[in-house]
Design a protein around this ligand. Structure first.
Ligand code: ZN
Length: 416
């Protein structure tokens, strides 16, 4: 699939700082040590509804990682999927009386517009589930052949499942105990009580065709892919094993990322799918969890339509740490708008304090597990001084504009 246009990235003077990130699996902040090309896979949307601020927070977070990699001189191979074959898509399409393909195309277009407005750098590979069916079929065939998967004893619906004990390290990604795994598996799309499964946690790899559902031919019979294997196949075929960062919201820690890793590890016999598993906190609204069922989603497209500057949305999202579960409230947006206005006012100054120290602090804080509150505070301090007429560096405003653009993805350049 085509992705979206990336904004250009200005160069920023001074030394870059290699990034350290919290790894869910090792429960520690660790250096990320990419080669020339940093490799990152972030799970994409299921396109049945518009982008809300929880999605925006996740993709803006990984955009910062992408930007810090580039600042450090790495090329970045960034891969993202779109789960354009899944139950929620069919349910919504049926409810609204439209074709699931049209619904998916419409919401994917809106997602591209939202990402473009939020100045998120586009992935190099933006891959739909439909266009990766052959890759999934091949992977499921291999898992069946090497004994990691089995067909349930059901002549009518011969679904294929992955054995949770196919790898010895299963569970290392989330670190969850059996009780927590069982709870999240049931809550997040798993089917513990499917008759014929050998273990309640075994995950669906290939769903045999049902009436009224799309299906594709395969050696396993007609059917469609499970969710976790979609990400395993797409990532493995483009980035290989042991890529640098696997990312998503914290609700993907289990079962999705645990099984995506286990599938890939069972396919290759290698021990670790991603070197870093990085997860963003959940965004709530005014004290409640933001969710489709509560009907309290704040949509990026609605904010845009109301005339909100997407740069202010970005600053609102970055004002708290990415790993914290946090609330989106009117004051968060007002604060983002206020900060954007101050930074833009400072950027118009003909001079300001020397920028080198501010840029160094900005880099230091971002590379320290994306400490965005401190990174924003460093720019706040420079802006406050510049507005007061402190400092005589004539080049400083241009350097700050470039650094805020390149590293935070926020555009404060005066409109010419
Ligand atoms: Zn995924």
């Amino acid at each position: 699939m085509h992705s979206w246009p990336s904004p250009s990235i200005p160069s920023v003077p001074g030394p870059a700082v290699p990034i350290r990130l919290y790894d869910t699996s090792d429960e520690a902040v660790k250096p990320v040590s990419p080669g020339d090309v940093a490799t990152m896979y972030v799970c994409g949307i299921t396109p049945y509804d518009a982008t809300h601020l929880g999605h925006a927070a996740t993709y803006v977070t990984f955009d910062l990682i992408n930007r810090v990699f580039r600042d450090n001189g790495h090329d970045v191979h960034y891969v993202q999927n779109i789960t354009d074959v899944d139950d929620p898509l069919f349910e919504r399409a049926t409810r609204d009386g439209i074709d699931w393909r049209d619904l998916g195309a419409r919401e994917t277009d809106l997602f591209r517009e939202d990402m473009t407005a939020l100045r998120v750098l586009a992935p190099r590979d933006y891959i739909g589930a439909v266009e990766s069916i052959d890759e999934v079929v091949e992977a499921v065939g291999k898992l069946l052949a090497n004994g990691s998967a089995y067909v349930v004893d059901d002549a009518q619906f011969p679904d294929v499942y992955f054995s949770v004990d196919a790898t010895t390290q299963f569970g290392y990604e989330s670190g969850y105990d059996a009780e927590t795994m069982a709870k999240f598996f049931a809550e997040r799309g798993g089917d513990p009580d499917r008759p014929g499964k050998r273990n309640k946690l075994d995950a669906l790899l290939w769903r045999a065709a049902r009436d009224g559902e799309p299906s594709w031919d395969s050696p396993m019979g007609p059917g469609r892919p499970g969710w976790h294997i979609e990400c395993s196949a797409i990532a493995l075929n483009r980035l290989g094993m042991a890529f640098d960062v696997q990312g998503g919201g914290s609700d993907l820690i289990f079962p999705h990322h645990e099984f995506s890793a286990a599938h890939a590890e069972a396919l290759t016999g290698e021990r670790r799918f991603a070197r870093h598993y990085v997860h963003t906190g959940m965004i709530g609204l005014d004290g409640e969890k933001m969710s489709k069922s509560l009907g309290n989603l704040v949509l990026v497209s609605k904010l845009r339509a109301a005339g909100v500057d997407p740069n202010a949305v970005r600053l609102g999202l970055l004002s708290q740490h990415y790993r914290a579960d946090r609330m989106w409230t009117d004051p968060v947006l007002v604060e983002g708008e206020r900060r954007l206005a101050i930074w833009r006012r400072a950027a118009k100054s003909t001079s300001g304090p020397d920028a080198a120290d501010t840029v160094a602090r900005l880099r230091q804080h971002l590379s320290d597990d994306l400490d965005t509150p401190k990174a924003l505070a460093a720019v706040d301090a420079w802006a406050a001084d510049a507005i007061l007429g402190i400092g005589s560096s004539a080049t400083a405003p241009q350097v700050i504009i470039a650094a805020v653009d390149a590293l935070l993805g926020v555009d404060i350049a005066p409109v010419s």
